[in-house]
Write a protein that binds this ligand. Structure first.
Ligand SMILES: NC(=O)C1=CN([C@@H]2O[C@H](COP(=O)(O)OP(=O)(O)OC[C@H]3O[C@@H](n4cnc5c(N)ncnc54)[C@H](OP(=O)(O)O)[C@@H]3O)[C@@H](O)[C@H]2O)[C@@H](O)CC1
Ligand SMILES: Nc1ncnc2c1ncn2[C@@H]1O[C@H](COP(=O)(O)OP(=O)(O)O)[C@@H](O)[C@H]1O
Ligand SMILES: [K+]
Length: 479
């Protein structure tokens, strides 16, 4: 798991570590890490460092200092380095001097044009979101072979991942000490490109309790997705139940079932009108038309394609009465938004999987730019794990932990894709995984499955995701 810290925690750690180091040490470590990434990119894209043109964009703070010191190092290796002040008039004196001594030059904003490599050191963790218009106009003139953001792309809100107005769009971001929210959530994460984390020695001073987000890694998912052991039978692996579908939406149950089949449960039960179709597509599923005769399960999924009529409401009441871990998706979310009594006094774990419009129905207002806080607010209010869908799906647990999903592709924005996610999720819950981890694992594997299904530009539909989910599970299990 990679932890993500907000600016206040980074500043606190920095000052703790700085107290025992000569002044400027951390900046030199940052500049060394930045230079390495920049030099590697120059070699990769342009064949070498010597003679290549590098432009440093600076502002008034230490972010510009990092860029200037890294630029001085590149100038020492023969790159033609220029620096331009994009924001304000105050400059980083130490960095300025180092660049001048190394043969770098300072140019006026009118003279910027194309450069092989651009280092964006306008603002870092001291940046307030929304750059002044003068800075934006100056940035517009810059043309780059490759853009590398120093710490974060300038213009973003570092702590929320929002990108207000014009922000720098980088292909690479070199960050220092730890990940910050802008790297993993919201539109800012799209502006970062590939993230390079440079260890500057502040890790030991970062307190676990101050971390605001966690990013699951492949090894976490491999550990969380239970594998059957010698003593297992189909029941001990967990039985997942799916209550889905209606004559209006007959496809949703099949897609949810396909998602569940890729999960760790030993058996799947199905209740709904499409029980014959489900069995004919998935003969291993035990299916009945009505929920009353469905049998016992360790976790229920309710909602995909059920509609919101009286029959769907009755089915949902039955599912919730079972008091087993439950995923509510799609129409079930609309129903609990309408009938708040449904969740009153509930004790068994609950996972809700809203997209933004469903979130609005449940919370009363749409998610804010700070999606992690929005997900957490709903999770706390309803005492349920909330999986807030989107480009970087967020999972918030009412215990306060929040996960940012690192996988996925916009190709997943296709009808029925959420049904397969919900199916996988109920299987993970049935296997005994807690709600937060089950939701985080489902989002991770679903995102990976989307990437697999859409590989090499292949058009992907939800029908492809069942097989792709199996490939995703296999791939996280392959070291
Ligand atoms: N912490 C660490 O461990 C280490 C940190 N290091 C580096 O330091 C960076 C942080 O540096 P920093 O604190 O000097 O702030 P930085 O982001 O350069 O800019 C602040 C200046 O910009 C201005 N300004 C901001 N937004 C604005 C806006 N929208 N519009 C207008 N002005 C705006 C702001 O103005 P003010 O808010 O004062 O009015 C202030 O003058 C960090 O990201 C990393 O690169 C590494 O060297 C080593 C270890
Ligand atoms: N732009 C996007 N980038 C990445 N993933 C996306 C994007 N838009 C949607 N998704 C994912 O696609 C799925 C869509 O689910 P949902 O909206 O419930 O679809 P449906 O109701 O048709 O099944 C979610 O997992 C969501 O995170
Ligand atoms: K920056």
């Amino acid at each position: 798991m990679r932890e993500v810290w907000p600016v206040t925690a980074v500043r606190k750690a920095e000052s703790t570590v700085m107290a025992s180091l000569p002044e400027g040490t951390l900046m030199q470590r940052a500049a060394a890490g930045l230079e390495k990434v920049a030099a590697d990119l120059l070699v990769k894209h342009f064949g070498g460092v010597y003679g290549r043109s590098v432009l440093l964009l600076t502002g008034m703070g230490d972010n510009g200092g990092d860029a200037l010191f890294a630029g001085a190092r590149l100038a020492g290796r023969g790159a033609a380095v220029r620096a331009v002040q994009i924001l304000g008039s105050r400059r980083h004196e130490g960095g300025h001097k180092a660049l001048r001594m190394a043969g770098g030059r300072f140019i006026s904003p009118e003279d910027v044009g194309y450069h092989d490599l651009v280092l964006d050191g306008v603002t870092g963790i001291g940046g307030r979101p929304g750059l002044p218009i003068e800075a934006v106009n100056r940035l517009r003139k810059v043309r780059a072979g490759v853009t590398v953001a120093v710490d974060v792309p300038s213009g973003v809100n570092v702590d929320t991942g929002e990108a207000v107005g014009q922000a720098v769009h980088a292909e690479h971001t070199v960050t220092f000490g730890c990940l910050k929210p802008a790297h993993v959530t919201g539109p800012a994460s799209e502006l970062c490109g590939e993230i390079h984390l440079v260890d500057i020695g502040i890790g030991r001073a970062l307190r676990h309790g101050d971390s605001v987000l966690s990013v699951p890694e492949e090894s976490d998912i491999a550990e969380w997705v239970r594998r059957p052991g010698p003593a297992d039978d189909k029941y001990t692996r967990g039985v997942a139940g799916i209550a889905a579908g209606s004559t209006r939406y007959p496809g949703a149950p099949l897609l949810a079932a396909a998602g569940a089949q890729a999960g760790p449960a030993g058996m799947i039960r199905f209740a709904g009108d499409q029980w014959r179709q489900v069995v004919s597509r998935h003969p291993s599923i035990v299916a009945t038309p009505g929920i009353e005769e469905a049998g016992r399960v360790q976790a229920w999924l309710a909602g995909p394609g059920t509609g919101t009529g009286p029959r769907a409401l009755k089915t949902l009441e039955h599912v919730l009465e079972a008091e087993v871990p439950t995923v509510l998706d799609a129409d079930a979310l609309t129903l609990v938004a309408k009938h708040s009594r449904l969740l009153a006094g509930r004790r068994a774990p609950l996972v809700l999987t809203p997209h933004d419009r469903e979130y609005e129905r449940l919370y009363g207002s749409p998610p804010e730019g700070d999606r992690a806080s929005s997900a957490l607010a709903l999770a706390s209010r309803l005492n349920a794990v909330v999986l807030l869908k989107g480009h970087r799906t967020i999972v918030a647990d009412p215990d306060g932990s929040v996960y940012a999903n690192p996988t996925g592709t916009p190709d997943l924005a296709t009808a029925g894709s959420g049904d397969t996610l919900a199916g996988l999720l109920v299987s993970l819950l049935a296997s005994g995984l807690g709600g937060g981890r089950a939701a985080a694992a489902a989002a991770y594997l679903h995102g990976l499955a989307g990437e697999f299904a859409a590989r090499d530009g292949r058009p992907a539909t939800a029908e492809d995701l069942g097989d792709a989910l199996r490939d995703a599970v296999a791939s996280v299990r392959t070291p």
